[in-house]
Design a protein around this ligand. Structure first.
Ligand code: EPS
Length: 374
Protein backbone atom coordinates (compact mmCIF):
# COMPACT_ATOMS: atom_id res chain seq x y z
CA UNK A 1 0.00 0.00 0.00
CA UNK A 2 1.21 3.49 -0.84
CA UNK A 3 0.71 5.92 2.03
CA UNK A 4 2.23 9.19 3.08
CA UNK A 5 2.23 11.94 5.65
CA UNK A 6 3.25 15.56 5.26
CA UNK A 7 4.52 18.01 7.83
CA UNK A 8 5.61 21.63 7.90
CA UNK A 9 4.28 25.14 8.45
CA UNK A 10 4.11 27.72 5.65
CA UNK A 11 6.81 29.86 7.29
CA UNK A 12 8.49 27.07 9.24
CA UNK A 13 11.91 25.63 8.40
CA UNK A 14 10.70 23.25 5.68
CA UNK A 15 7.90 21.26 4.10
CA UNK A 16 8.36 17.52 4.61
CA UNK A 17 6.89 14.25 3.32
CA UNK A 18 7.38 10.59 4.15
CA UNK A 19 6.23 8.25 1.41
CA UNK A 20 5.93 4.55 2.11
CA UNK A 21 5.15 1.58 -0.14
CA UNK A 22 6.94 2.47 -3.38
CA UNK A 23 8.40 -0.74 -4.85
CA UNK A 24 12.19 -1.13 -4.99
CA UNK A 25 13.99 -0.68 -8.28
CA UNK A 26 12.36 2.56 -9.48
CA UNK A 27 14.74 5.24 -10.67
CA UNK A 28 13.93 8.61 -9.11
CA UNK A 29 16.01 11.74 -9.29
CA UNK A 30 15.61 15.06 -7.56
CA UNK A 31 15.44 17.03 -10.80
CA UNK A 32 12.27 15.24 -11.85
CA UNK A 33 10.63 16.21 -8.54
CA UNK A 34 11.99 19.77 -8.87
CA UNK A 35 10.38 20.08 -12.30
CA UNK A 36 6.97 19.37 -10.72
CA UNK A 37 7.70 21.81 -7.89
CA UNK A 38 8.50 24.51 -10.45
CA UNK A 39 5.21 23.87 -12.27
CA UNK A 40 3.39 24.31 -8.93
CA UNK A 41 4.94 27.74 -8.42
CA UNK A 42 3.75 29.16 -11.73
CA UNK A 43 0.48 30.72 -12.82
CA UNK A 44 -0.75 34.25 -13.42
CA UNK A 45 -2.20 35.65 -10.22
CA UNK A 46 0.25 34.14 -7.73
CA UNK A 47 1.42 36.23 -4.78
CA UNK A 48 4.87 37.58 -3.85
CA UNK A 49 5.87 34.44 -1.98
CA UNK A 50 6.47 32.57 -5.22
CA UNK A 51 9.12 35.18 -6.05
CA UNK A 52 10.85 34.53 -2.73
CA UNK A 53 10.96 30.72 -2.84
CA UNK A 54 12.61 28.49 -5.41
CA UNK A 55 11.33 25.15 -4.16
CA UNK A 56 13.85 22.33 -4.48
CA UNK A 57 13.64 18.90 -2.92
CA UNK A 58 16.27 17.13 -0.87
CA UNK A 59 15.82 13.38 -0.61
CA UNK A 60 16.82 12.24 2.86
CA UNK A 61 16.18 8.51 2.66
CA UNK A 62 14.68 5.57 0.77
CA UNK A 63 16.58 6.20 -2.44
CA UNK A 64 20.13 4.95 -3.07
CA UNK A 65 22.09 6.01 -6.14
CA UNK A 66 18.85 7.43 -7.60
CA UNK A 67 16.93 4.14 -7.25
CA UNK A 68 14.26 3.24 -4.66
CA UNK A 69 15.22 0.46 -2.25
CA UNK A 70 11.79 -0.35 -0.80
CA UNK A 71 12.21 1.70 2.37
CA UNK A 72 10.24 4.87 3.20
CA UNK A 73 11.24 7.90 1.14
CA UNK A 74 11.72 11.10 3.13
CA UNK A 75 11.71 14.38 1.21
CA UNK A 76 12.36 17.92 2.42
CA UNK A 77 11.83 21.30 0.74
CA UNK A 78 13.37 24.10 2.79
CA UNK A 79 11.47 27.40 3.08
CA UNK A 80 13.49 30.53 2.30
CA UNK A 81 10.87 32.56 4.22
CA UNK A 82 10.95 30.73 7.56
CA UNK A 83 10.02 33.63 9.77
CA UNK A 84 7.37 31.74 11.79
CA UNK A 85 8.81 32.59 15.23
CA UNK A 86 8.97 36.32 14.59
CA UNK A 87 5.67 36.80 12.77
CA UNK A 88 3.05 38.81 14.72
CA UNK A 89 -0.07 37.23 16.24
CA UNK A 90 -3.25 37.24 14.16
CA UNK A 91 -6.55 37.88 15.94
CA UNK A 92 -9.01 38.65 13.11
CA UNK A 93 -10.18 35.42 11.41
CA UNK A 94 -10.68 35.48 7.61
CA UNK A 95 -14.10 34.23 6.49
CA UNK A 96 -13.53 31.16 4.31
CA UNK A 97 -10.19 30.20 5.89
CA UNK A 98 -9.53 27.63 8.61
CA UNK A 99 -8.74 30.53 10.99
CA UNK A 100 -11.79 30.58 13.28
CA UNK A 101 -12.67 26.88 13.19
CA UNK A 102 -8.99 26.12 13.86
CA UNK A 103 -8.56 28.25 17.00
CA UNK A 104 -11.82 26.96 18.45
CA UNK A 105 -10.85 23.35 17.78
CA UNK A 106 -7.25 23.46 19.10
CA UNK A 107 -7.88 26.08 21.83
CA UNK A 108 -5.28 28.38 20.30
CA UNK A 109 -5.20 32.11 21.05
CA UNK A 110 -3.23 33.11 17.95
CA UNK A 111 -4.68 32.40 14.49
CA UNK A 112 -1.14 32.22 13.10
CA UNK A 113 -0.76 28.79 14.68
CA UNK A 114 -3.68 27.64 12.52
CA UNK A 115 -3.01 29.40 9.24
CA UNK A 116 0.59 28.27 9.12
CA UNK A 117 -0.44 24.65 8.70
CA UNK A 118 -3.76 25.21 6.90
CA UNK A 119 -1.89 27.12 4.15
CA UNK A 120 -1.77 25.70 0.65
CA UNK A 121 2.00 25.76 0.98
CA UNK A 122 1.52 22.25 2.44
CA UNK A 123 0.93 21.09 -1.13
CA UNK A 124 4.67 21.43 -1.79
CA UNK A 125 5.04 18.15 0.11
CA UNK A 126 2.16 16.52 -1.78
CA UNK A 127 3.67 17.51 -5.11
CA UNK A 128 6.95 15.78 -4.08
CA UNK A 129 5.02 12.58 -3.26
CA UNK A 130 2.98 12.88 -6.45
CA UNK A 131 6.14 13.27 -8.56
CA UNK A 132 7.51 9.94 -7.30
CA UNK A 133 4.11 8.31 -7.93
CA UNK A 134 3.99 9.79 -11.45
CA UNK A 135 7.42 8.31 -12.05
CA UNK A 136 6.12 4.87 -10.99
CA UNK A 137 3.05 5.21 -13.22
CA UNK A 138 5.17 6.17 -16.22
CA UNK A 139 6.73 2.68 -16.05
CA UNK A 140 3.25 1.40 -16.99
CA UNK A 141 2.59 3.99 -19.70
CA UNK A 142 0.21 5.98 -17.48
CA UNK A 143 0.28 9.74 -18.08
CA UNK A 144 -1.39 12.46 -16.00
CA UNK A 145 -2.06 16.01 -17.15
CA UNK A 146 -4.23 18.94 -16.08
CA UNK A 147 -5.55 22.13 -17.56
CA UNK A 148 -7.65 25.04 -16.33
CA UNK A 149 -11.16 25.08 -17.79
CA UNK A 150 -12.58 28.08 -15.92
CA UNK A 151 -11.39 31.12 -13.97
CA UNK A 152 -14.09 33.33 -12.50
CA UNK A 153 -16.66 33.81 -15.24
CA UNK A 154 -14.33 32.86 -18.15
CA UNK A 155 -14.80 29.35 -19.51
CA UNK A 156 -12.39 27.62 -21.88
CA UNK A 157 -13.51 25.71 -24.89
CA UNK A 158 -11.20 22.78 -25.62
CA UNK A 159 -13.72 20.92 -27.81
CA UNK A 160 -12.04 18.22 -29.83
CA UNK A 161 -8.49 18.71 -28.57
CA UNK A 162 -6.64 15.49 -27.80
CA UNK A 163 -4.52 14.77 -24.72
CA UNK A 164 -1.20 15.82 -26.27
CA UNK A 165 -2.60 19.05 -27.69
CA UNK A 166 -4.15 19.97 -24.35
CA UNK A 167 -0.82 19.36 -22.60
CA UNK A 168 1.22 21.35 -25.13
CA UNK A 169 -1.08 24.38 -25.21
CA UNK A 170 -1.82 24.44 -21.47
CA UNK A 171 1.84 24.23 -20.46
CA UNK A 172 2.55 27.39 -22.51
CA UNK A 173 -0.40 29.35 -21.11
CA UNK A 174 0.18 31.67 -18.13
CA UNK A 175 -3.01 30.26 -16.59
CA UNK A 176 -2.43 26.66 -17.78
CA UNK A 177 -5.45 26.87 -20.08
CA UNK A 178 -5.63 25.00 -23.41
CA UNK A 179 -7.80 27.67 -25.09
CA UNK A 180 -5.55 30.65 -26.05
CA UNK A 181 -8.46 33.09 -26.36
CA UNK A 182 -9.86 32.13 -22.97
CA UNK A 183 -6.33 32.33 -21.55
CA UNK A 184 -6.15 36.03 -22.38
CA UNK A 185 -9.60 36.70 -20.93
CA UNK A 186 -8.67 34.79 -17.78
CA UNK A 187 -5.53 36.93 -17.31
CA UNK A 188 -7.66 40.07 -17.80
CA UNK A 189 -10.18 38.81 -15.23
CA UNK A 190 -7.37 38.14 -12.75
CA UNK A 191 -6.04 41.67 -13.29
CA UNK A 192 -9.53 43.09 -12.69
CA UNK A 193 -9.84 41.11 -9.45
CA UNK A 194 -6.37 42.26 -8.40
CA UNK A 195 -7.33 45.91 -8.98
CA UNK A 196 -10.54 45.40 -7.04
CA UNK A 197 -8.49 43.86 -4.16
CA UNK A 198 -10.47 40.69 -4.71
CA UNK A 199 -9.71 37.03 -5.50
CA UNK A 200 -10.88 34.41 -8.01
CA UNK A 201 -11.56 30.69 -8.09
CA UNK A 202 -12.17 28.38 -10.99
CA UNK A 203 -12.15 24.84 -12.33
CA UNK A 204 -9.32 22.56 -13.45
CA UNK A 205 -9.51 19.19 -15.16
CA UNK A 206 -7.22 16.22 -14.56
CA UNK A 207 -6.88 13.61 -17.31
CA UNK A 208 -5.26 10.25 -16.66
CA UNK A 209 -4.32 8.26 -19.74
CA UNK A 210 -3.26 4.65 -20.13
CA UNK A 211 -4.95 3.25 -17.04
CA UNK A 212 -5.77 -0.47 -17.32
CA UNK A 213 -9.34 -1.59 -16.61
CA UNK A 214 -9.89 -3.06 -13.15
CA UNK A 215 -8.30 -0.56 -10.73
CA UNK A 216 -10.40 0.08 -7.62
CA UNK A 217 -13.34 -2.09 -6.61
CA UNK A 218 -17.09 -2.00 -6.14
CA UNK A 219 -16.74 -4.72 -3.46
CA UNK A 220 -16.35 -2.30 -0.55
CA UNK A 221 -17.23 1.41 -0.28
CA UNK A 222 -13.75 2.56 0.61
CA UNK A 223 -12.18 0.72 -2.31
CA UNK A 224 -14.14 2.63 -4.95
CA UNK A 225 -11.56 4.54 -6.99
CA UNK A 226 -13.84 7.50 -7.76
CA UNK A 227 -14.41 7.93 -4.02
CA UNK A 228 -10.68 7.85 -3.35
CA UNK A 229 -9.89 10.32 -6.11
CA UNK A 230 -12.67 12.64 -4.94
CA UNK A 231 -11.31 12.54 -1.37
CA UNK A 232 -7.80 13.28 -2.60
CA UNK A 233 -8.95 16.24 -4.70
CA UNK A 234 -11.33 17.78 -2.16
CA UNK A 235 -8.51 17.59 0.39
CA UNK A 236 -6.61 20.19 -1.66
CA UNK A 237 -6.95 23.58 0.05
CA UNK A 238 -9.92 25.56 -1.38
CA UNK A 239 -11.24 22.72 -3.58
CA UNK A 240 -15.00 22.51 -2.98
CA UNK A 241 -16.31 20.09 -5.59
CA UNK A 242 -15.33 17.25 -7.88
CA UNK A 243 -17.07 15.67 -10.85
CA UNK A 244 -16.26 12.72 -13.12
CA UNK A 245 -16.78 12.72 -16.89
CA UNK A 246 -19.81 14.82 -17.75
CA UNK A 247 -20.41 15.19 -14.00
CA UNK A 248 -23.54 17.00 -12.81
CA UNK A 249 -24.74 17.27 -16.39
CA UNK A 250 -25.57 13.54 -16.22
CA UNK A 251 -28.24 14.33 -13.61
CA UNK A 252 -30.42 16.17 -16.12
CA UNK A 253 -30.01 13.76 -19.05
CA UNK A 254 -31.85 10.51 -19.78
CA UNK A 255 -29.89 7.29 -19.30
CA UNK A 256 -29.69 6.71 -23.04
CA UNK A 257 -27.87 10.04 -23.35
CA UNK A 258 -25.43 9.32 -20.54
CA UNK A 259 -24.09 5.77 -20.57
CA UNK A 260 -21.19 4.88 -22.83
CA UNK A 261 -22.13 2.08 -25.22
CA UNK A 262 -19.82 -0.93 -25.33
CA UNK A 263 -18.01 -2.16 -28.46
CA UNK A 264 -15.44 -4.85 -29.16
CA UNK A 265 -12.66 -5.09 -31.65
CA UNK A 266 -9.94 -7.79 -31.74
CA UNK A 267 -7.10 -5.28 -31.54
CA UNK A 268 -8.51 -2.88 -28.94
CA UNK A 269 -10.61 -5.32 -26.93
CA UNK A 270 -13.66 -3.74 -25.27
CA UNK A 271 -13.95 -0.02 -25.90
CA UNK A 272 -16.39 2.93 -25.90
CA UNK A 273 -17.02 5.60 -28.47
CA UNK A 274 -17.91 8.13 -25.74
CA UNK A 275 -16.49 8.68 -22.26
CA UNK A 276 -19.27 10.39 -20.34
CA UNK A 277 -18.45 8.29 -17.27
CA UNK A 278 -14.93 9.69 -17.15
CA UNK A 279 -13.29 6.26 -17.15
CA UNK A 280 -14.78 4.84 -13.96
CA UNK A 281 -17.88 2.62 -13.60
CA UNK A 282 -18.90 1.07 -10.29
CA UNK A 283 -15.80 2.53 -8.66
CA UNK A 284 -13.61 0.55 -11.10
CA UNK A 285 -11.58 1.83 -14.07
CA UNK A 286 -13.05 0.67 -17.39
CA UNK A 287 -9.94 1.29 -19.50
CA UNK A 288 -10.99 4.70 -20.86
CA UNK A 289 -9.20 7.88 -19.78
CA UNK A 290 -10.06 9.05 -16.28
CA UNK A 291 -11.43 12.60 -16.58
CA UNK A 292 -12.10 14.61 -13.41
CA UNK A 293 -12.97 18.24 -12.84
CA UNK A 294 -12.37 20.04 -9.55
CA UNK A 295 -13.83 23.40 -8.52
CA UNK A 296 -11.78 25.79 -6.41
CA UNK A 297 -13.32 28.61 -4.42
CA UNK A 298 -11.67 32.06 -4.49
CA UNK A 299 -8.70 32.49 -2.09
CA UNK A 300 -10.05 33.69 1.26
CA UNK A 301 -7.43 36.35 1.98
CA UNK A 302 -8.95 39.56 0.60
CA UNK A 303 -6.98 42.81 0.41
CA UNK A 304 -10.31 44.54 0.91
CA UNK A 305 -11.28 42.38 3.88
CA UNK A 306 -14.73 41.15 4.91
CA UNK A 307 -16.31 41.63 8.32
CA UNK A 308 -15.03 39.55 11.17
CA UNK A 309 -14.70 39.53 14.96
CA UNK A 310 -11.48 39.96 16.99
CA UNK A 311 -11.11 36.63 18.85
CA UNK A 312 -9.69 38.38 21.96
CA UNK A 313 -11.86 41.51 22.30
CA UNK A 314 -14.93 40.03 20.51
CA UNK A 315 -15.31 43.43 18.82
CA UNK A 316 -16.40 43.78 15.19
CA UNK A 317 -13.35 44.25 12.93
CA UNK A 318 -12.23 43.64 9.36
CA UNK A 319 -10.55 40.30 8.71
CA UNK A 320 -6.76 40.11 8.73
CA UNK A 321 -4.84 40.57 5.51
CA UNK A 322 -1.98 38.15 4.84
CA UNK A 323 0.30 38.08 1.81
CA UNK A 324 -1.49 35.72 -0.57
CA UNK A 325 -2.45 34.85 -4.15
CA UNK A 326 -5.21 36.50 -6.20
CA UNK A 327 -5.84 33.28 -8.10
CA UNK A 328 -4.16 29.90 -7.61
CA UNK A 329 -6.26 27.69 -9.94
CA UNK A 330 -3.32 27.03 -12.36
CA UNK A 331 -1.19 25.77 -9.46
CA UNK A 332 -4.13 23.76 -8.08
CA UNK A 333 -4.21 21.81 -11.37
CA UNK A 334 -0.61 20.72 -10.84
CA UNK A 335 -1.45 19.71 -7.27
CA UNK A 336 -4.52 17.86 -8.63
CA UNK A 337 -2.24 15.83 -10.89
CA UNK A 338 -0.07 14.97 -7.87
CA UNK A 339 -2.87 13.76 -5.60
CA UNK A 340 -4.46 11.75 -8.44
CA UNK A 341 -1.06 10.19 -9.23
CA UNK A 342 -0.81 9.08 -5.60
CA UNK A 343 -4.28 7.44 -5.68
CA UNK A 344 -3.68 5.71 -9.03
CA UNK A 345 -0.24 4.52 -7.91
CA UNK A 346 -1.84 3.11 -4.77
CA UNK A 347 -4.52 1.32 -6.82
CA UNK A 348 -1.80 -0.08 -9.11
CA UNK A 349 0.29 -1.33 -6.18
CA UNK A 350 -2.86 -2.82 -4.66
CA UNK A 351 -3.73 -4.72 -7.86
CA UNK A 352 -0.22 -5.67 -8.97
CA UNK A 353 1.10 -5.65 -5.40
CA UNK A 354 4.81 -5.89 -5.32
CA UNK A 355 8.01 -5.34 -3.37
CA UNK A 356 10.00 -4.63 -6.50
CA UNK A 357 9.27 -2.91 -9.79
CA UNK A 358 10.28 -6.07 -11.69
CA UNK A 359 7.72 -8.11 -9.75
CA UNK A 360 5.06 -5.44 -10.28
CA UNK A 361 5.74 -5.38 -14.03
CA UNK A 362 5.47 -9.17 -14.19
CA UNK A 363 2.11 -9.10 -12.41
CA UNK A 364 0.93 -6.27 -14.66
CA UNK A 365 1.96 -8.05 -17.88
CA UNK A 366 0.27 -11.27 -16.71
CA UNK A 367 -2.99 -9.38 -16.15
CA UNK A 368 -2.80 -7.57 -19.53
CA UNK A 369 -2.21 -10.96 -21.17
CA UNK A 370 -5.18 -12.40 -19.28
CA UNK A 371 -7.39 -9.58 -20.59
CA UNK A 372 -6.39 -10.49 -24.15
CA UNK A 373 -7.69 -14.01 -23.58
CA UNK A 374 -10.83 -13.01 -21.68
C1 EPS B 1 1.61 29.28 -0.91
C2 EPS B 1 2.34 30.03 -0.04
C3 EPS B 1 1.70 31.06 0.75
C4 EPS B 1 0.55 31.69 0.00
C5 EPS B 1 -0.46 30.66 -0.52
C6 EPS B 1 0.16 29.45 -1.09
O1 EPS B 1 2.70 31.97 1.02
P1 EPS B 1 2.54 33.32 1.93
O2 EPS B 1 1.43 33.08 2.88
O3 EPS B 1 3.88 33.43 2.62
O4 EPS B 1 2.34 34.43 0.95
O5 EPS B 1 1.05 32.40 -1.12
O6 EPS B 1 -1.27 30.26 0.55
C7 EPS B 1 -2.60 30.55 0.54
C8 EPS B 1 -3.23 31.00 -0.49
C9 EPS B 1 -3.30 30.31 1.79
O7 EPS B 1 -4.49 30.60 1.86
O8 EPS B 1 -2.66 29.87 2.72
C10 EPS B 1 2.23 28.22 -1.71
O9 EPS B 1 3.44 27.92 -1.57
O10 EPS B 1 1.51 27.64 -2.54
Amino acid sequence: MIRYLTSGESHGKAMLAILDGVPAGLSVDEEMINAELSRRMLGYGRGKRMGIESDRVEIFSGIRRSVTIGSPIAMVVRNVDHSIDTLPAVLEPRPGHADLAGVLKYDLKDIRSVLERASARETVARVCVGAVCKRLLSEFGIKIASHVTMIGSVEASTGELGFNQIVTIAEKSPVRCADPDASKLMCAEIEEAMKGKDTLGGVFEVIIKGVPPGLGSYAQWDRRLDGRLAFALVSIQAVKGVSFGIGFDAARRRGSMVHDEIFYDKKRGFYRSTNNAGGIEGGVTNGEDIVIKAAMKPISTLRSPLSSVNIKTKKAVKASVERSDVCAVPAAGVIGEAVCAIEIANAMVEKFGADSLREMKRNYSGYIEQLKHF
